[in-house]
Ligand binder design. Structure first.
Ligand SMILES: NC(=O)c1ccc[n+]([C@@H]2O[C@H](COP(=O)([O-])OP(=O)(O)OC[C@H]3O[C@@H](n4cnc5c(N)ncnc54)[C@H](O)[C@@H]3O)[C@@H](O)[C@H]2O)c1
Length: 431
């Protein structure tokens, strides 16, 4: 605690991705020496040279932190022994049967356990089901004879990063902290209290783990609701976007969510299923989560059906039709394409016989992912290019796509994000 107060405490951050890298910068900016750990040598090399691999973070803060050598990145996990506090931000994906895949957490837990020494604080930040910190980390750490709360400290603190959101930063987003025991809570509160504006202390690691899941389930369910409303209102000839604009003028009791072509990103499509899996262990079914998953995963197919219909209305066949998908990133103005519904849109359209291209200034080349390998590169974002297609399908609301002049010669736009104004002189199908 004293070392935290005096900023002498060395902070180790494991997993230097969308969550871990901003944390490295935050601790460094607040005067702490930081070691960033990753298994990916390309990333650690780039950071040590002052380069960025996450576009919205940019180069400047990384150069500042790493050039001074107050922050260093490494693949040498022996250096964990040098750290007073260790923050774990490794991936928590789903397996092939939508079951939690804890292999990264297990690998990291073993790496820490081998080097754990008295006085260290370990905080798990990766999103996971309630009980992970106590059931998966604690026994591994205590196996060597050290006791939690006496010799070392262990807590869970969920990450609430919203990549690309300019209104909130890692510092200004309140940080929930829940320890395995009271001393662990106090140690974790002290660590985060030194770098964020507000720490919210809860009574256990399980409450902290569950609060993160509730936040993401809340989003998944509400997005599903509005996606279902889109299908219903569309059948009735009512524009869902105008309905939401009207409803959101209510100053209380309503929060707008917007429909889209399906869920994307590393969190909302995956995290809720960590809870359904754990709930099943207790013989209980989380039906809202399953239903939301069903509605949200059916969206790409719905959008493709609407596209096929619209092309048919033009007296054309989808077989051989040229379709341009706008946006490979899962949300506006970021370069993160993980779990993006655009991959499925492209594959479904190809399966129906369309010739598909994509345009995304943030993703010049489609990276090979766990499930998809498109082997495609972005076409230019110009009116001439857009005019070459039978349909242009807006999947992501990048600002670059909002200039209506781009669509001046476009034959037809399928707009899943409501970026084309009602009065634009172009044929629009909202889907
Ligand atoms: N991206 C978000 O906005 C966000 C928000 C809240 C919570 N989360 C959660 O935070 C966690 C991390 O997500 P992310 O988006 O930063 O993932 P990411 O894929 O961007 O980063 C994970 C990093 O961990 C590294 N890694 C993998 N295995 C490792 C190991 N054994 N040891 C060290 N490093 C390893 C990877 O190389 C990668 O750099 C996940 O649990 C996620 O659900 C993410």
């Amino acid at each position: 605690m004293r070392r935290i107060e005096t900023r002498e405490a060395r902070v180790g951050v494991i997993g230097l991705g969308y969550v871990g890298l901003p944390l490295v910068l935050l601790f460094e900016q607040n005067g702490f020496p930081v070691i960033g750990f990753d298994v990916d040598e390309v990333k650690t090399g780039m950071l040590n040279r002052g380069e960025s691999y996450i576009r919205h973070i940019g180069v400047e803060p990384i150069r500042k932190a790493f050039e001074s050598r107050r922050a260093v990145a490494t693949i040498d996990f022996n250096r964990l022994a040098e750290c007073d506090a260790i923050v774990v931000c490794v991936p928590t994906p789903l397996g092939n049967h939508r079951e939690p895949d804890l292999k990264y957490i297990h690998m990291t837990a073993e790496a820490i356990a081998e080097r754990l020494r008295p006085g260290q604080l370990v905080v798990l930040e990766s999103t996971t089901y309630p009980g992970t910190t106590r059931e998966e980390l604690l026994p591994r750490f205590e196996a060597g004879g050290l006791r939690c709360g006496r010799d070392f400290f262990l807590a869970f603190s969920p990450e609430r990063e919203d990549p690309g959101n300019r209104n909130f930063s890692t510092r200004s987003i309140p940080k929930i902290v829940g320890g395995i025991d009271a001393p662990s809570s106090r140690a974790a509160e002290a660590l985060y209290g030194a770098v964020v504006d507000r720490v919210v202390s809860v009574s256990s690691a399980e409450i902290a783990e569950s609060s993160k899941l509730l936040e993401n389930i809340f989003r998944a369910v509400n997005i599903a609701l509005v996606n279902e409303m889109k299908v219903v209102f569309d059948r009735m000839g009512i524009n869902i976007w105008e309905v939401i604009e009207a409803a959101k003028t209510k100053p209380f009791g309503f929060m707008p969510f917007y429909p889209g072509p399906g869920l994307g990103g590393h969190c909302i499509p995956l995290d809720p299923f960590y809870l359904t899996w754990k709930a099943a262990e207790h013989g209980i079914w989380a039906r809202f989560i399953e239903l939301a998953g069903e509605v949200n995963t059916s969206m790409p197919r719905y959008v493709v059906d609407r596209t096929v219909e619209a092309i048919n209305q033009q007296k054309k066949s989808i077989v051989g039709a040229k379709v341009l998908v706008l946006g490979l990133a899962y949300k506006a103005d970021i370069d993160d394409d993980r779990e993006s519904p655009s991959f499925e849109l492209i594959e479904l359209l190809q399966a129906r016989g369309a010739e598909v291209s994509y345009c995304d200034p943030f993703v010049p080349v489609a990276r090979r992912g766990r499930k998809h390998d498109l082997n495609m590169a972005s076409v230019p974002c110009t009116a001439d290019e857009f005019s070459r297609y039978d349909a242009v399908l807006v999947a992501t609301a990048h600002n670059a796509f909002k200039d209506v002049a781009l669509y001046a010669k476009t034959k037809m736009v399928i707009d899943t994000r409501n970026i084309i104004p009602n009065d634009a002189a172009v044929a629009v199908v909202r889907a």
